[in-house]
Design a protein around this ligand. Structure first.
Ligand code: SF4
Length: 284
């Protein structure tokens, strides 16, 4: 069994950045130290239908991120950390229980990778107090395989991005040159441990949804992402997202400086239909 605390220790290697920061005294490339930082929590109704359901997904937004996407739509939280609160594992457990009491269908951990060792402790504490709704791990997929294996006892549903199938793009836009290799290994492990998406009464209870945000003027990348999914994942559920808008540093990249147009979206939709893809296609 992985000793996840040891992976953080005084030389953090919790995520694939392996930046070896002593998080007891400084912040790593994820911009966080060894204390949980949350920006907000609430019921969220904008996720895929089996995640949001009628009563909402109990979403917790963590501050910081182990990637640095130039177009990040959550950049005030993930990159600038303009407003956040530091809490301990017990307080996070209480948040899980509060959201459960408010009838959340699940707990939705948004950008959890750099806090995963602490989040698991909170899940354990909350379970001792009656926490029993599914846990969603909402990730860029820039996660280590051994961490995904460790999460098997804690996570029920993966909401896993597959952003790029091209290392040049991942380096240019997100500052990591090994994204495709790392993310695809992580997604394969997610599939191996949780299997395809399972619904009960139209709500997700277990499994994997792979999300892909279609970037303007990068349609070939999106097609390669879809190709990889259909070639490698059994019965995939894909969520194709067209919600891109130029945020954060996107205006510095001319190709990213506008929203996705209809013709590019239709192009990728046609491609998805041709591949026989099943899933969720975001309405503009
Ligand atoms: S979790 Fe943060 S500190 Fe740890 S390796 Fe990743 S980026 Fe570095």
């Amino acid at each position: 069994m992985l000793d996840i605390e040891k992976l953080v220790g005084t030389s953090c290697r919790l995520c694939p950045r392996n930046c070896k920061t002593n998080r007891n005294i400084e912040t790593g490339l994820c911009k966080t130290n060894n204390k949980i930082e949350i920006a907000s929590f609430n019921l969220h109704f904008g996720e895929e239908p089996p995640i949001s359901g009628n009563y909402g997904s109990g979403t917790v937004f963590f501050a910081g991120c182990n990637m640095a996407c130039v177009f990040c739509q959550n950049y005030p939280i993930s990159q600038l950390k303009s407003a956040y609160k530091t809490i301990d594992e017990y307080a996070l457990a209480d948040i899980f229980l509060e959201l459960q009491n408010r009838k959340a269908h699940n707990i939705n951990l948004v950008t959890p990778s750099h806090f995963v060792h602490l989040i698991c402790k909170s899940i354990e504490i909350a379970r001792q107090k009656g926490f029993n709704i599914p846990v969603c791990y909402n990730t860029s997929s820039y996660d280590k395989v051994e961490v995904i294996e460790y999460l098997n006892d804690y996570v029920d549903i993966y909401l896993a991005d597959l952003k790029y199938a091209d290392d040049e793009l991942s380096y240019k836009y997100s500052g990591v040159s090994d994204y495709f290799k790392v993310a695809t290994r992580a997604i394969i492990k997610m599939q191996e441990t949780k299997g395809p998406l399972i619904l009960k009464n139209n709500l997700a209870i277990k499994g994997l949804i792979i999300r892909h945000l279609v970037l303007p003027n990068n349609i070939e990348n999106s097609k390669k992402v879809l190709d990889w999914i259909v070639d490698n994942i059994d019965k995939p559920t894909i969520s194709l997202m067209r919600q891109y808008f130029p945020a954060y540093k996107a205006s510095l990249y001319p190709e990213l400086s506008k929203k996705l147009n209809n013709s590019q979206w239709n192009n990728i939709l046609d491609y998805a239909y041709k591949l026989g893809i099943d899933g969720y296609f975001q309405v503009a």
